[in-house]
Design a protein around this ligand. Structure first.
Ligand code: MN9
Length: 289
């Protein structure tokens, strides 16, 4: 069965302080209402790259304590500071019991592939966990070739990729050449084509508010019901298009606020909510949830 995994949203107050009760609520909502198979913690959607180490640890801890072993967890530990990444990996695996970690490709400095490979091998070297490579070229500028993915996958601890890109040729090449590695789709608006290539799961921000349709797409694709999958992807993309136009994380948080979850704000320098954003989010809840 293809796994549906929410990229977890994280609530902050207006000063950027973690809202712990709200975090527990959004975790619980994902388990009981969205019925996802897992959570991807500390990713882009979790606004992770704006946070200090202690806050990252606190989030990993609260999520693990709330979830216990009810659903699967993946901890994104990647950081431009490799020592922070290693510290977080050690913390989540050895102190909290996470079994799967993930790391974004190191960005900003235009590292060459040898440097990026060393980065991954260094993070996994001392920790007993699987590593899912988080590839999101649109935000990092880092693109891997099929051969380079092969070099990463040669390390047995590197067990898969969260593939947030629209290159379905490369996705198919990876899928067929590395059938034992896990392929997670990262763009919710392209879930249907990713499922057509063949995926082990999908990790996405919009599953926080649109899990039913996403699950429906995966189920329909599993039984070859393309008409249903297309209908659900179209509805999903009508929603995603409006969410993106209104501000991605702000809108997702406002939609969950509307559902009674204490989602707070996004972290500065992300913008505070505008009245218009709030109104659009309320309408989206009425129309889509
Ligand atoms: O990781 C998410 N990526 C980002 C997955 O947020 C950068 C996606 O779920 C997108 O938010 C979503 C909307 O473009 O597909």
């Amino acid at each position: 069965m293809t796994k549906l995994i929410s990229a977890l949203l994280v609530p902050f107050d207006e000063n950027g302080v973690l809202k712990e009760e709200g975090l527990k609520q959004v975790v619980e909502y994902n388990i009981t209402v969205n019925q996802v198979d897992g959570l991807y913690v500390g990713g882009s959607t979790g606004e992770n790259f704006m946070l200090d180490t202690e806050t990252k640890k606190r989030i990993f801890k609260i999520v693990k304590e709330t979830v216990q072993d009810r659903i699967e967890l993946i901890a994104q530990v990647g950081s431009l500071n490799i020592y922070e990444a290693k510290e977080l990996a050690d913390y989540v695996v050895n102190e909290l019991g996470y079994k799967v970690i993930s790391s974004v490709t190191p960005f900003y400095y235009k590292f060459d592939f040898e440097e990026i490979k060393n980065y991954y091998f260094e993070i996994v070297k001392d920790v007993d966990a699987e590593m899912i490579v988080y590839s999101i070229p649109a935000l990092t500028g880092v693109n891997f070739s099929e051969e380079q993915f092969g070099e990463l996958f040669a390390n047995p601890k590197i067990t898969g990729v969260k593939y947030t890109a629209g290159d379905f040729y490369l996705m198919e090449r990876l899928r067929s050449r590395f059938p034992d590695k896990l392929m997670f789709s990262g763009f919710d608006e392209m879930l249907l084509p990713a499922a057509a290539v063949g995926i082990d799961g999908a990790i996405g921000s919009t599953f926080n508010v649109n899990a039913n349709r996403a699950r429906g797409i995966l189920n329909a694709m599993e039984v070859g019901d393309l008409a249903t999958a297309r209908k659900l992807q179209t509805e999903t993309n009508d929603l995603i298009q409006k969410v993106l136009a209104n501000g991605l994380y702000n809108t997702l948080k406002l939609m969950l606020t509307e559902k009674g979850i204490d989602m707070g704000n996004c972290h500065l320098p992300m913008k505070p909510y505008s009245q218009e954003q709030i109104a659009v989010a309320k309408q989206l809840v009425k129309d889509f949830m």
